[in-house]
Write a protein that binds this ligand. Structure first.
Ligand code: ATP
Length: 392
């Protein structure tokens, strides 16, 4: 939480609908989904998920199309009712609270601005509906417009705005009521790449300034990684992993997460033994390797698992030239070298037929794969800590 004296004037104002004498709720903005399932006929959109979102956190729901992200968001907003399970907001059971009485607000991909109203009227709308005092409305609209840098365009209509300006207006309209939680459903996806990147920084700044909980739905992993305190990775209605961007990237909990977040080599292996926190595994070719265990636990011998290694962590060199004490090593044939501009990608075919991708940065006057050419026998390796063992 941002200390009160560092918060902008905007965030320090008490919400009008709350009593000034009420003690501050330390759980304000917390969201808790407990054993939630949502079915639409025979479709299970959300399948028995649990999720705890902390007050003031920036949480992203990330996953491919149809995985249940929007349904999860709509369960928090109250636009959907769970088939099973309970929704808590600010530590209160909100499952049976209608959408308009929940202390949350939503921003949609389509902005949903009122075309016949000016920017200022759009932003004031929520306060007018709540019959806030006129003088209060004017001050708060001015503050909100300042926060999204739309003061100069306050009297324009939505048709006279760019996509980014419309999105800023939609954001101001959503937070003017000082919700405990702001729900953002793919808010940047209608913008072009440059604008999307600029709006990412705006969202980050807004989250810092407002000091409220943000829940973002996105299928864009770069966006989720750049913005979030934590990410919940979803697939087929289930949450595969919840963690910080670093945890999700460095220690994916499943093959799905490893594959969905960034590029990853996934080598299928069988656990053969190990010692301490290190696990010994065998590739289909019989080659044995040591790798870190899963959450400090060594899976039982015979378990089918996968090693995930980022292509940037793989080094490729002529046979015998990679240090075998510091690296896990596999032998193979260099099949292809592909120039990618900033980097060069090398594909190594291993003895069991699987392929390992290495990506090395291009350096002026120096080829990242040296004198190696397709067809050469090579050693490929990665530092022992750079790989991650996955058993699901
Ligand atoms: P996208 O990124 O494409 O928006 P999503 O991850 O947000 O996808 P949801 O919109 O939550 O996914 O949908 C999850 C599943 O539930 C999908 O199979 C979808 O077709 C189904 N679904 C969602 N809403 C309804 C509805 N009102 N009636 C029937 N099926 C629905």
């Amino acid at each position: 939480m941002i200390p009160i004296d560092r918060q902008p004037r905007w965030a320090r104002r008490p919400a009008p609908e709350r009593s000034r004498d009420a003690p501050a709720n330390p759980h304000r903005g917390a969201v808790s989904l407990r054993e939630i399932t949502k079915r639409f006929g025979s479709t299970v959109a959300v399948d028995d998920i649990d999720l705890e979102i902390q007050p003031g956190e920036f949480m992203s729901l990330l996953g491919p199309s149809g995985c249940g992200k929007t349904t999860t968001l709509r369960l928090i907003s109250g636009f959907e009712y769970p088939t099973r399970g309970r929704v808590f907001i600010s530590n209160q059971d909100a499952t049976d609270t209608p959408a308009h009485r929940r202390t949350v607000n939503s921003v949609f991909q389509s902005y949903a601005l009122f075309g016949h109203m000016t920017v200022a009227e759009n932003v004031a709308f929520g306060l007018r509906v709540k019959r806030a005092a006129k003088a209060d409305i004017a001050g708060r609209v001015a503050d909100a417009l300042e926060l999204v840098q739309m003061t100069a365009l306050a009297s324009r209509h939505p048709a006279q705005l760019s996509g980014g300006q419309q999105q800023r207006t939609a954001l101001a309209r959503a937070f003017i009521n000082q919700p405990d939680v702001l729900l953002l459903d793919e808010p940047l996806s209608a913008l072009d790449l440059k604008l999307r990147q600029a709006m990412r920084s705006e969202l980050s700044r807004l989250h810092r300034d407002l000091a409220i909980t943000f829940v973002l739905v996105t299928h864009d992993q770069t966006e989720a990684i750049a913005l979030s305190d934590r990410i919940a990775v979803m697939d087929a209605g289930r949450i595969h992993q919840v963690g910080t961007p670093t945890e999700i990237y460095e220690q994916p909990a499943s093959r799905f997460v490893a594959d969905f977040i960034g590029e990853a080599n996934l080598l299928e292996v069988t656990v053969t033994g190990g010692e301490g926190h290190r696990t010994e595994v065998a590739l289909a070719s019989g080659d044995r390797l040591m790798c870190p265990s899963v959450d400090g636990q060594r899976p039982a011998a015979g378990t089918s698992a996968a090693i995930a290694i980022r292509p940037q962590r793989v080094v490729v060199a002529p046979v015998g030239e990679v240090d075998g004490t510091e690296h896990a090593l596999v032998r193979g044939e260099l099949r292809e070298l592909k120039f990618l501009g900033d980097s060069t990608q090398g594909t190594v075919r291993l003895a069991d037929g699987s392929e390992l991708i290495a990506v090395r940065p291009n350096d002026a006057g120096h080829h990242p794969f040296g004198s190696l050419r397709p067809g050469d026998q090579v050693d490929a390796g990665w530092r022992h800590g750079a790989a991650c063992l996955i058993d699901r």
